[in-house]
Write a protein that binds this ligand. Structure first.
Ligand code: GCB
Length: 603
């Protein structure tokens, strides 16, 4: 069977790729009952043009586009390079939020549900090398109680129009927010590679498995190349272990990457396909209340983040990516969580190269009806037929499979977070999560697993934490409760953390804490929303973290201000950023920098 997600396209001696980013023609389906089939013909002259990659919502000055619920279509012409005859070629979209369809001329060749992972269409039999074709990609942004993340489509009382609502606190940006590629592979090719590393004394072990598209008589050859370009180990066979003497470990803040080069060779000793993966040798373990990387306790400093910026929405952008990593470095952050969905693959590769540690999260955010304020009755039960049900659970399983399939080889990824703030204190939570935790462990027995626990599911009420390795807690004492009263909040926070420590005796990471802060608003009394309050609140949390032994890390919510849905709780978005949306530091940034850059070990 085929791997869920094929290797990221690469240009090697046997493979080629063409980047399809740029301006695509763009159109909306007019409504849910729209029966037009825009992919069957070229879009009319004068059609809108939309940049790829970018979310489409904020590009145009048009509320109908911004608020659109349903399908949109992107279209462009593409030529398959002449030299590709004899190869297999595919179109790959790195993401389509949340449901994508790839059409080649009038043919639907691929369909995928799940907004933050890649999917591809094999177009080999539909277009000849050297020929031009019409590529249309449909993207649908609808969320229901059976999608991940979940949402709800409501019907406007007065107009009958469809309105998308959802349970998560970031704008439902949609479109082709990551790159689109046309790429070639040889007919027989390397489909998947899995490398798991171990360390024995000074020796690094790479346990690997290579999957080839069809099992004819090829041979698999492996070379491991160090950063100086020297081959340091070799092996052959589709499965095995490569040993590296005097290994350079991948370490937080000191990345070291080997190129793991795979070649398949045919019976006449000709090279058929070659692919190269960057691999860091490191180990990850939980030992008692410590989180260990290379057997050394690791204390997480950093943020929950978002893929978010003005105008481009969730569109991947190299300038923002590099700048954001620069800011993390400046402030002394050694890690982040991909709250609340898998980030662009380029970001994961960059984290590998920068030595930044990542908690990698699925898009399962908002499995918590109570957060909506729905009152009594069946409708308010999160785990029930009309809300989060078996179909949602199946979609969630798929999201876990795809995340692990895509990101399993990144040394930066040290833990899987399978959900954010589910109603883990409600009836049905255990039945829902037990199989998911089991699945994640089967798919990757080498990394710890976690989920980000919501404040309501206290150590006394949570029903699922024993299924996981690390207690990741999101807490807002002093903001959503004890608002503005940091003395009360301090006592409440300490009680909660000690409760977790005593009950579970596992590492605790505070994966969210923070306060909405309007840049430029000041208060001598340190009142909420001011820059002083954000700083004082973070300081208070840090005092408590330093007193509680099991606390193994602190991720402030959020790295930067970000857009949310329109509502009365948010003024042009969530303002808990330590940086503004355009990445200017608020006052607290300087205090975080002082704490984090001076931190050798905790406290
Ligand atoms: C949370 C959520 C996060 C929100 C944050 C907030 O608990 O996990 O998505 O943005 O709180 O600011 O309310």
């Amino acid at each position: 069977e085929q791997p869920l997600i094929k290797l990221k396209p690469q240009r090697t001696s046997s493979r080629d790729l063409v980047n399809l980013d740029g301006l695509w023609k763009f159109t909306l389906a007019s409504g849910a009952n729209d029966t037009s089939q825009p992919w069957t013909a070229p879009f009319p002259r004068g059609a809108l043009e939309c940049p790829v990659p970018a979310s489409y919502n904020d590009i145009f000055v048009d509320r109908d586009i911004h608020d659109h619920v349903g399908w949109v279509y992107y279209q462009r012409e593409v030529i398959v390079p002449k030299g590709w005859s004899g190869d297999q070629y595919l179109v790959r979209a790195e993401s389509a939020t949340h449901h994508g369809r790839i059409y080649v001329n009038e043919h639907l060749l691929a369909e995928h549900v799940g907004g933050y992972t890649p999917f591809e269409a094999d177009i080999t039999d539909f277009v000849k090398a050297g020929e031009k074709f019409r590529l249309t990609i449909g993207v649908n942004n609808e969320l229901t109680h059976e999608t991940i993340p979940p949402g709800k489509i409501e019907i406007g009382e007065h107009t009958g129009k469809r309105i998308q609502t959802y349970f998560h606190d970031f704008y439902n940006y949609a479109g082709l927010s990551r790159s689109v590629w046309l790429y070639s592979v040889p007919r027989q090719h390397i489909e998947d590679i899995t490398v798991v590393t171990e360390v024995e004394g000074e020796t690094g072990l790479m346990n690997y498995k290579v999957k080839v598209s069809n099992n004819s008589t090829q041979q698999t050859k492996i070379s491991v190349v160090d950063e100086d370009g020297t081959i340091v180990a070799k092996s052959s066979g589709a499965e095995g272990t490569v040993r590296i003497d005097s290994v350079n470990l991948w370490q937080p803040g000191a990345a070291y990457l080997y190129q793991f080069e795979v070649k398949i060779i045919d019976s006449r000793d000709r090279e058929v396909d070659t692919y190269s993966l960057a691999i860091g040798v490191r180990t990850v373990k939980v030992g008692g209340t410590k989180f260990l990387i290379n057997d050394k306790p690791f204390y997480f400093t950093g943020f929950g983040r978002h893929e978010d910026a003005a105008i481009r929405g969730k569109g991947h952008d190299q300038a923002y990516m590099v700048h954001d990593f620069q800011l993390m470095d400046w402030i002394g952050a050694n890690s982040f969580r991909t709250s609340h969905y898998p980030y662009a693959e380029e970001v994961m590769e960059f984290a590998d190269r920068q030595g930044i540690v990542v908690i990698d999260e699925t898009p399962a955010v908002g499995l918590n009806i109570a957060l909506l304020g729905v009152s009594e009755g069946e409708a308010s039960k999160t785990f029930s037929k009309g809300n989060i049900n078996n179909n949602t659970q199946n979609a969630h399983k798929e999201a876990i499979r795809e995340l692990i399939s895509r990101d399993k080889n990144h040394p930066s990824v040290v833990m899987w977070s399978i959900a954010n703030e589910p109603a883990s204190q409600e009836d049905g939570a255990r039945e829902y999560f037990e199989p998911l935790a089991k699945l994640a462990r089967e798919l990757d027995p080498t990394r710890p697993i976690t989920f980000a626990n919501v404040g309501d599911a206290t150590y006394e009420l949570d029903l699922i934490s024993d299924l996981f390795d690390v207690d990741c807690l999101n807490r807002y004492f002093g903001w959503y409760s004890e608002t503005g009263d940091l003395e009360e909040a301090e006592a409440a926070l300490e009680k909660e953390l000690r409760g977790w420590e005593e009950k579970f005796n596992k590492p605790i990471i505070m994966t969210e804490y923070g306060a909405d802060t309007i840049a430029g608003l000041h208060s001598t009394l340190s009142l909420p929303w001011s820059e002083e309050f954000q700083k004082d609140m973070l300081d208070m949390y840090h005092r408590v973290f330093d007193r509680v032994d099991a606390v193994n890390g602190e991720h402030v919510w959020n790295f930067a201000d970000f857009q949310t849905s329109v509502g009365i709780r948010r003024v042009d978005g969530n303002k808990k950023g330590v940086f503004t949306r355009d990445r200017k530091p608020k006052m607290a940034a300087h205090d975080l920098k002082a704490r984090w850059t001076n931190m050798t070990t905790k406290g």
